[in-house]
Design a protein around this ligand. Sequence first.
Ligand SMILES: Cc1cc2nc3c(=O)[nH]c(=O)nc-3n(C[C@H](O)[C@H](O)[C@H](O)COP(=O)(O)OP(=O)(O)OC[C@H]3O[C@@H](n4cnc5c(N)ncnc54)[C@H](O)[C@@H]3O)c2cc1C
Length: 357
Amino acid sequence: MKTVDYIIVGQGIAGSILGYLLEAEGLNLIIIDNGHKTSSSQVGAGIINPITGRNYLLAWEYALHLQEALLLYERIEGETQKPILIRRNIVRTLFNSKDINNWQARFNQEAYQHYILENATLGDYELLLSRQLQYGEVTEAYQLNMPLLVDYLAQKWERSGQLLEEEFDHSKVVLTTENVQYEEIVAKGLIFCEGQQVKANPFFDYLPIGDSKGEILKVRIPGVRTTKMIKQRRFIVPLKEDEFWFGSYDRWGALTGETTEEGKSKLVDELSNMINRPFQVISHEAALRPTTPDRRPLLGNHPKYERLYIFNGLGTKGASLAPRWANTMANFLLRKNMLPPHVDVNRFVDMAEQARS
Ligand SMILES: Cc1cc2nc3c(=O)[nH]c(=O)nc-3n(C[C@H](O)[C@H](O)[C@H](O)COP(=O)(O)OP(=O)(O)OC[C@H]3O[C@@H](n4cnc5c(N)ncnc54)[C@H](O)[C@@H]3O)c2cc1C
């Protein structure tokens, strides 16, 4: 038998950041992941964006999330010596006079002035875009290379023998009041960070996780280099040299995170209309996001089994939310700090009771 403090199931951005923080506090961990088979952290663009939606609203507690994200990602970047977090403004296309008026109205609000430029500087997009429209620009935005961060920690934990690359089998969990046992491992607790696949977890399958699928393309646009991201219905995000992320094509109620021919052809058509250069598709990828109906994360204890925990529900914003809420989760585990009710998984306790009855 091997004894550790916690077993973490799932090594996307949630499991990675939580594991990193717990380990920094001296805890002993085992991380179990099935090779990122269903990971949305491998597919997402990692955009950290202060201004969201068609009404250009300031994202939920953005300054707080950004502050913790910068501290943590820069710390990890210091270890990897690789560019994990890149500051990139976002050019936003304003399609019509309503958009232009809304943008102007936001620009005139004090709370937005830190995040919005009235007019954009297009740079290389000026030559790339097929139509010239009006544009605004978002500042204080970043791009997190989620696959690079996850891979760095996976390699580190693989070298130390802490990462088990396998499918977690929930039926093998043995619970006692003192500990939890999984095969040959005994731990104080088991923390589920399975992303949208928590729907297949018999302990937490009562949670109202959504079925929001996103499909994306990675493309090469020969000879084109941009530093900013652009949002014109969908995002173009620079990856490296002349490679870009384009997406996403979203569907709700999806049962699987598979790519579809429909998704690919929509994305190819849209990018062909949006830019005036030829491009090659490098890859076509898809994943399901772990969304919640109230758009708040899920942290805390199982309502019945005190050795089981969850850190999930990062929805469409894993890159910006993970550091702050992983910190909150770590403080809950280590120092028994109370969880804010709006992120406590037990706000859905009625659903657990209904599922049991
Ligand atoms: C198309 C798309 C675009 C996105 N763009 C952005 C963006 O620009 N910015 C942003 O912040 N967010 C974005 N997101 C959302 C972001 O990807 C998620 O918020 C985040 O990745 C969720 O992280 P997670 O660790 O909770 O889940 P995941 O990344 O899904 O990680 C869960 C891990 O658990 C593993 N796992 C699950 N079940 C088991 C099991 N039984 N046994 C072993 N392993 C298991 C999975 O394989 C995976 O590795 C996007 C998502 C999509 C789909």
